[in-house]
Design a protein around this ligand. Structure first.
Ligand code: ZN
Ligand code: CU
Length: 492
C-alpha cells in the first residue's frame, strides 16, 4: 500500500510520558495508520527524520487567539512552535456568544475591538472558524465575563437572578453547540463582583452537559490559597473537572508559596478532577491593572491607547518623566497593556515540573509588543527547562503539552501518537531547538521545529508555512470527565 505520508526513522515521543522509541510512522488521510519498522513501505510524501523526535502536535490549552484564528488564520506564532491545537476563550473572555457595538469591556479588549465581537451564538463562531480555515485546530470555552457583557448593563455588582438565568441560557446553548466549557477571570474588575453564588449555577450547567471549568483565580497574590478553595468548591458542587489557569504566586511578598499551593492542588485532586496550566516565564501580562501597580516589581508598558509613544518603556521611567506617582502614570496610560515581572523563578519551576500542570502560553496575539510567551512558550519548556536545566524529563514535558491536555479538554484521539489517532504531529531537532523570542525582541519564531502536520496535512515544513491550512473547529461531543483516563487520578 502507498501511504499518504511516511515519517521514517524517528524517535517517537508518543505523548503518554513513556520513553521514546525508534520507528517509522505512516499516515493515511487524516489519521496515523501504522507505527513500526516499515522498510518496504512507500508513500506519496516521505520525510527522513534521522532519529529526530516526533511528538503529538502541542496543545496550547491557554490562549486568547479567539478572533486571531479567524483574522490571521496562518497562526504563525503557534504553528512555528509546533502547536497544532489552541484552546481559546480563557480567563473569562471569549468571542462568542457575543455581539458588541460600543466599548469593549476590560479585558475583552485583549481579543479585539467591538467589530471583532460578532458571533451571537457559539455555532456562528464555530462556522466562522471553519470558513477561515486556520492552519491549526481550535477548541473554545465560553467566558463568564463575555456572558456578563451580554446581559448586564454594569459590572460593578453581582448579577441578579434574572441575569444569571439569562447567562445560563446562553451558556447551555453554547455547550450544546460544542463549547468545551466555561472560563472565568474573577480577578478582573468586570468579574470580581461576581460572588461564588453567581458562578455556581453556571458551573452546574457545565457539569450537566459534561464540560470543563477553567478559572483565572479571584486572587493570585496573598489570597491565592483562599481563591483556590473557592475554585475547588465551585467545581465540586457543579461536578465539573477544574483547571486553574496560569497557577502562580504573584507579588514579591508571596514568593516561595508554590509548594503550599501545589500541595493544596494535590489534596483536591484526590477527590475531584483538578489540574492547572502554566507558562515558563516569571512575568505575567495583561491589560494594565491599577491594583497591580507597585514599585516592588518591574512593570513594562506594552501598549497604551492615549499614549502609544510610551510602549516598551518601564512604568517607573514614564512616571519619573511625567513627575507623577506610578499610580497616576498608570491612570493616564489606560487603557493599556503591561508585562509584570511578578513571579519567582523557583515558584514557576515548581509549578511547571508538577505532574498536575499543563503548558499553556497565555500569549496575547493582539499586543504590538507581546510577552515572549506568545512565540516561545512550548520550545522554551522543551529546550530550556527540559534539555538545558533538566527540570523535567523530555517525555514528561511532552506529556504536559499533549496527552494530559487532550484528556483534560476532551480532545478525543488527539495528543497521542497512536494508530487511529489524528495525525497532528511535530518533528523537532532537540539539538537546535530554541525559543528565540525574548522581552526585547518578542516576535521571533522558534528554531528547531522542522515539521508540523495538522490533520494529516503538512502545515509547516523547513521553516515555511504550507498552503494547506488544514485546521478545524473541534466541537465537544463527549463528557470530558469520562474521557480523562483513570490513571490520571493517581498522579500527584
Ligand atoms: Zn488569566
Ligand atoms: Cu489568560
Amino acid at each position: 500500500m502507498v501511504y499518504d505520508l511516511l515519517i521514517r526513522n524517528t524517535n517517537v515521543l508518543d505523548g503518554s510520558g513513556a520513553p521514546p522509541f525508534l520507528a517509522d510512522v505512516a499516515i493515511q488521510g487524516e489519521r496515523i495508520c501504522a507505527i513500526g519498522r516499515m522498510p518496504y513501505a512507500t508513500a506519496t510524501t516521505t520525510i527522513e527524520a534521522d532519529e529526530r523526535y516526533l511528538a503529538p502536535g502541542f496543545i496550547d490549552v491557554h490562549t486568547h487567539d479567539d478572533t486571531n484564528v479567524i483574522r490571521t488564520p496562518e497562526m504563525l506564532p503557534k504553528l512555528t512552535q509546533g502547536v497544532t491545537t489552541v484552546v481559546v476563550g480563557n480567563c473569562g473572555i471569549s468571542a462568542s456568544p457575543v455581539t458588541l457595538t460600543a466599548d469593549v469591556p476590560d479585558p475583552m479588549n485583549l481579543l479585539g475591538s467591538a467589530e471583532d465581537f460578532r458571533y451571537p451564538s457559539f455555532a456562528d463562531y464555530a462556522s466562522a472558524v471553519d470558513i477561515a480555515r486556520p492552519s491549526i485546530n481550535v477548541a473554545a470555552l465560553v467566558g463568564h465575563t463575555s456572558l456578563r457583557s451580554q446581559v448586564m448593563d454594569s459590572f460593578d455588582r453581582p448579577a441578579s437572578n434574572d441575569e444569571i438565568a439569562a447567562m445560563e441560557v446562553l451558556l447551555r446553548q453554547a455547550l450544546d453547540e460544542g463549547a468545551l466549557g466555561l472560563s472565568s477571570g474573577l480577578a478582573y474588575r468586570n468579574a470580581i463582583h461576581a460572588p461564588t453564588s453567581e458562578m455556581a449555577p453556571l458551573v452546574a450547567a457545565v457539569g450537566y452537559s459534561g464540560g470543563v471549568y477553567t478559572t483565572h483565580l479571584r486572587d493570585e497574590f496573598a489570597g491565592l490559597l483562599d481563591a483556590m478553595d473557592e475554585a475547588f468548591a465551585t467545581a465540586r458542587a457543579g461536578q465539573v473537572p477544574l483547571v486553574i489557569s496560569h497557577l502562580k504566586c504573584a507579588g514579591a511578598g508571596n514568593w516561595g508559596g508554590a509548594g503550599k499551593a501545589l500541595s493544596k492542588l494535590e489534596m483536591a485532586a484526590q477527590h475531584q478532577h483538578a489540574h492547572c496550566d502554566c507558562y515558563p516565564y516569571t512575568a505575567g501580562s495583561s491589560t494594565l491593572d491599577l491594583g497591580q501597580v507597585t514599585d516592588e516589581i518591574e512593570i513594562t508598558i506594552t501598549w497604551s491607547k492615549p499614549h502609544p509613544e510610551q510602549a516598551r518603556r518601564p512604568l517607573k521611567e514614564i512616571a519619573a518623566e511625567w513627575e507623577v506617582s506610578l499610580l497616576e502614570a498608570a491612570r493616564r496610560l489606560q487603557p493599556a497593556g503591561a508585562v509584570y515581572h511578578n513571579m519567582s523563578e523557583a515558584d514557576m519551576q515548581q509549578v511547571l515540573a508538577h505532574p498536575l500542570s499543563m503548558v499553556g502560553s497565555d500569549g496575547l496575539p493582539n499586543d504590538p509588543h507581546p510577552h515572549p510567551r506568545l512565540w516561545g512558550a512550548f520550545p522554551r519548556v522543551l529546550a530550556h527547562y527540559s534539555r538545558d536545566l533538566n527540570l523535567i524529563p523530555l517525555a514528561e514535558a511532552v506529556r504536559k503539552m499533549t496527552s494530559l491536555s487532550a484528556a483534560n479538554f476532551g480532545l478525543t484521539d488527539r495528543g497521542i501518537v497512536q494508530v487511529g489517532a489524528y495525525a497532528d504531529l511535530t518533528l523537532f531537532d532537540l539539538a537546535v531547538l530554541e525559543d528565540t523570542a525574548n522581552y526585547e525582541t518578542p516576535i521571533a519564531a522558534a528554531k528547531g521545529i522542522e515539521l508540523v502536520v495538522v490533520n494529516g496535512q503538512l502545515a509547516y515544513y523547513q521553516g515555511s508555512i504550507t498552503d494547506q491550512r488544514s485546521g478545524r473547529m473541534l466541537r465537544r461531543t463527549e463528557r470530558i470527565s469520562q474521557v480523562i483516563p483513570s490513571n490520571q487520578e493517581s498522579i500527584s
